[in-house]
Ligand binder design. Sequence first.
Ligand SMILES: [Cu+2]
Ligand SMILES: [Zn+2]
Length: 191
Amino acid sequence: MKNRKFALVTLLVTVSVLFTVIACNRNIKASTSGYSANSTIAEAILVGTKPDTLVRGKITFTEKNSVVIMKMEVFIPTKANQTVALHIHENGACGDMGKAAGGHWNPTNQSHGKWGIASYHLGDIGNFTLDSRGNGIVTMETNLWAIGGNGLNNIVGKGIIIHGGLDDYITQPTGNAGTRIGCGIIAMAKI
Ligand SMILES: [Cu+2]
Ligand SMILES: [Zn+2]
């Protein structure tokens, strides 16, 4: 009788442990939905460089099979219906109204330009237009960047700058895109 009771308790404990394990696995899957297990993820939180300019945004970079997919969502109400420039800059710093981020990230020593055409910096993401409320979405895909590692094309630790104006894709070495209104630092994501 005692043995039977013991067996029953053992069985119940085993079953409940199994269910807990299954439940935990589900949670893990749910919290990383959209990313597969073998991808590397970095992100940057975008904020205004001045207290009086509202910039809120997030950029996610996902690398899989040597391709990095970038997705940015940003809200800049003062720039509704306007086109502004987005670059990766060489320093992961946002102080001094964004100037601490330094120049455009340019590990390949090229001239500034339009992404994919002739000569351009690896940081020359380019222009994007905000909607009537000031929301903007930018997506891009490239095999020229890497997330982490020792390569010169590693984007982790670099700065992201949103300018107040348009990149003309010609003026050296900046594109003459105007003041730096938003800034973020690319870091490995904690998931
Ligand atoms: Cu810039
Ligand atoms: Zn550039």
